[in-house]
Design a protein. Structure first.
Length: 147
């Protein structure tokens, strides 16, 4: 992925959640962006509504994979199989870098604990780490679909 896409992803992350930043960047890079796309990811930030479950950047990547894969497969069964295989590869690469794909695991706290969440925020944990996850998710997805 080029520097421009990384910069775009981080710029979107300033006003979007992690999921939305990944979806928007990947779809724009693949010329598949549509106005409603970022709205789909609204509830996925912070590991699904801030619960610390699947990282929002990972969720956004999976959604983007499904949309990009549609450009290759119109048949639903073929699309599903290809999306699952590509998503599996995405997960292997992402978890190979970070060792986890959940927000709690990546950040190292329980986001359901308000005190831990505040301490992490005050310490800059999210500012320091989440941009890396967004950039990596975008990089991996775009690499998977490099012509």
């Amino acid at each position: 992925m080029g520097q421009l896409a990384e910069e775009k992803a981080l710029e979107y992350f300033n006003s979007h959640n992690c999921c939305q930043a990944v979806i928007r960047t990947v779809l724009e890079e693949k010329e598949l962006m549509f106005d409603e796309a970022v709205f789909v990811g609204s509830g996925f930030g912070g590991g699904i509504i801030g619960r610390g479950e699947v990282c929002g950047a990972v969720s956004g990547a999976v959604m983007a994979i499904g949309l990009v894969t549609k450009t290759f497969y119109e048949d639903l069964a073929e699309h599903k199989a290809a999306t699952r295989e590509t998503t599996k590869i995405f997960y292997e690469r992402f978890e190979g870098i970070y060792g986890d794909s959940t927000c709690n695991g990546l950040i190292g706290i329980d986001r359901n604990d308000p005190e831990a969440k505040k301490k992490a925020s005050d310490a800059g944990i999210y500012r320091e780490n989440c941009p890396k996850f967004v950039k990596s998710a975008v990089n991996i997805v775009l690499d998977l679909f490099t012509d």
